[in-house]
Design a protein around this ligand. Structure first.
Ligand code: BGC
Length: 382
């Protein structure tokens, strides 16, 4: 995370009393600390929680957008580096940065023409991305204040965030109660678990929009990172990035990441799908022994620092977005992130599923619970 206006000293938190009573105060990890992080335009306080595990790995999560703000993990020499892009107060996020670290909902990714039919009723959503609706509309879950509850188990410290989305919010039917639980495990993995229930039939696709840069230095781009994705197929898109419905083989295309491949190797290939990106901005169809199985979706590594991140998920798809629209424009308090200095690996159901009966369903009905699990596992190589 780049430093902007607020000093780190200003963020020194107070150990939560419940955890203090349990013996986690006084700076001895593992623990959770809370500190103020600014205010929403409506004047509501935004908090940031710092979770630290036994080895000193540290993750910070704020209540605005249930957003992952920073994540410090060691390189091969044990030096800690922040491997996600983020800011030092809520202000740049309020100024409209593109979903940095945020929880995305009610529907992650695009819905064609911002409309879908469910049980014979047509629903119209905001078109906030050309002709389509993206990441939950004008004011998705990334722009909402979540309530947060820290906890601690023998696995490590955690934070459970809840947001109740009103019936009709951003055009979606049903009151949706969404819950995201982050837990930093003592084995240097971070689990992100989603749950949701609804009062009326609706569609749900929750994900996290963290931009990773394993170098720990966002001045470097991510083109030298090696990526493996466990997928034989991807979902090709039209020029507005809506899937055509085809599941195309990756073999022999720039979309073949079945073996570790440098992100920069084919990112400028003469290929229509790459031109639409421009670059990688596509959904890969993960290989699964059965729907909902927890499997390794991707492995990302930085040969320079030796940092490796493995992503495991129950989701059927993975959106790999190579930061193509990062434009280096100063945002908020002057922090600048240049073109392709971060990449997103969004575990998800496929884009535009509400309009594609052949894709795995994203419909949630009353009486059922939406559940989705993702784990980021950090390690190093020599
Ligand atoms: C989308 C990109 C979009 C980005 C915004 C990604 O999930 O696939 O097309 O520009 O989010 O940050």
């Amino acid at each position: 995370m780049l430093m902007t206006g607020i000093s780190r000293a200003g963020l020194a938190g107070i150990a939560l009393s419940a955890l203090a009573a349990a013996g986690f105060a006084g700076g001895t990890p593992p623990h959770v600390q809370r500190a103020p992080f600014g205010h929403t335009p409506e004047g509501q306080s935004v908090d940031i929680f710092t979770l630290t595990n036994k080895s000193g790995v540290e993750v910070r999560i704020m209540t605005f957008g249930a957003t992952l703000v920073s994540l410090k993990v060691p390189d091969r020499n044990g030096h800690m580096g922040d491997v996600v892009l983020g800011f030092d107060s809520v202000d740049p996020y309020l100024a409209g940065v593109p979903y940095y670290g945020a929880t995305i909902g009610r529907y992650g990714n695009r819905i064609a023409s911002g409309s879908f039919v469910l049980d014979g009723v047509t629903y119209q959503l905001p078109k906030n991305n050309g002709p389509n609706s993206l990441h939950g509309g004008d004011k998705g879950f990334d722009k909402r204040l979540w309530s947060a509850k820290p906890f601690e188990t023998k696995l490590g410290p955690g934070l459970r965030l809840t947001y109740v989305s009103a019936d009709g919010e951003e055009g979606y039917p049903g009151q949706l109660t969404a819950q995201v639980t982050y837990q930093l495990h003592n084995d240097n993995s971070l689990s992100i678990d989603y749950k949701a229930t609804t009062t009326k039939p609706t569609v749900v696709n929750l994900t996290n929009h963290t931009y990773f840069n394993l170098t720990g230095d966002p001045q470097h781009d991510i083109l030298g990172h090696l990526l493996t994705i466990d997928a034989d197929k991807f979902t090709p898109v039209d020029s507005t990035l809506i899937p055509t419905g085809e599941l195309a083989a990756v073999a022999g295309t720039p979309f073949d990441f079945r073996k570790p491949t440098a992100i920069g190797a084919h990112i400028d290939a003469d290929n229509e799908q790459i031109r639409f990106g421009p670059g990688y901005d596509h959904n890969w169809v993960l290989v699964k022994p059965k729907p909902g199985a927890m499997t390794t979706a991707a492995v990302l590594s930085d040969p320079e620092s030796g940092r490796v991140m493995e992503i495991r998920t129950t989701e059927p798809g993975l959106q790999f977005y190579s930061g193509n629209f990062m434009d280096g424009k100063p945002s908020g308090q002057g922090t600048v992130y240049n073109h392709r200095t971060g990449l997103c690996l969004e575990t998800q159901h496929f884009p535009d599923s509400p309009n594609r009966p052949s894709f795995p369903s994203t419909v949630l009905r009353p009486g059922h619970t939406y559940a989705s699990h993702t784990v980021l596992i950090f390690r190093t190589t020599k």
